[in-house]
Design a protein around this ligand. Sequence first.
Ligand SMILES: Cc1cc2nc3c(=O)[nH]c(=O)nc-3n(C[C@H](O)[C@H](O)[C@H](O)COP(=O)(O)OP(=O)(O)OC[C@H]3O[C@@H](n4cnc5c(N)ncnc54)[C@H](O)[C@@H]3O)c2cc1C
Length: 269
Amino acid sequence: MTTSTRPSALDQRLFRASVVSSTRLTPNMQRVTVRGEELRAFPWRGYDHWFRLFFRCAHQDSFREPDIAADTWWKPYLAMPDEVRPYCANYTVADFRADAGELDIDVVVHRGADGETEGTVAIWACAVEPGEEMALLDQGLMYDAPADASSVLLVADESGLPAVAGILRSLPADMSVRVVQEVPAEADRRDLPGPAGTRIDWVCRTDPHEIPGTAALAALCADGTVDATGYAFVVGEQKLATEARRHLHRSGMPKDRITFSGFWKSARR
Ligand SMILES: Cc1cc2nc3c(=O)[nH]c(=O)nc-3n(C[C@H](O)[C@H](O)[C@H](O)COP(=O)(O)OP(=O)(O)OC[C@H]3O[C@@H](n4cnc5c(N)ncnc54)[C@H](O)[C@@H]3O)c2cc1C
């Protein structure tokens, strides 16, 4: 099981890389692969290892790295003029190959009311060309199960699918695991290698206008069984994260056995 979760401020450094490819993994997920000499040293720890992704905005001529020398790197970052300040967003390591210095990023391709791709990262991921420069800032793990956890429950919408996949691959082979994983469409389901006997409840949205996370929350709440001595990791749209935590706590799971994070917030509330 994991212990410390975040890199210390002293570890903080940018890993520069450039895009190798961008391909559609499933109908609503784009995989961007990046490569760089510096990435060979990226201290990947499996699980839900996440990072800040920096890249050039559409109106900028070139990629300018932020200065992350100080703990409070976001202050000089936010002070950068709009013409040069790179875009910054949070993403999970979908896969990592140290020998090649390669890292995969799985980006949800979400759409607006009339079906167009929306979101700066999704638009970037779908259009980016090989050679495009970018950088990563390591943020460590959020997954933080207590050593005595008798089981693991993972609940996520599609933005948490890379984290769920990474956690499943990292868990001990004998861990008892249940997953409630929402995806926009049946075809977004994928093989999720993990401990033998892992129970995976895929929840596919039937209404494309439904806010992501709603169906996963309903599926979780419909199943009354909660292992109070287990550990839960709940991520995705903000309401899924907060309401699932509330449900689990009310059902007997102590708060310190639940990691929850609103990965994004729907503007439709
Ligand atoms: C630790 C962490 C790890 C994450 N890992 C991943 C990851 O591996 N893959 C991934 O795809 N996302 C991941 N996310 C979520 C991602 O950071 C957000 O979805 C982010 O808002 C995308 O940035 P954007 O600039 O494209 O969209 P924004 O400019 O933030 O949002 C634009 C519009 O899109 C909507 N929106 C944003 N995200 C989604 C979504 N997923 N579905 C539907 N509508 C959305 C917003 O509500 C808003 O209306 C992670 C978040 C965190 C905190």
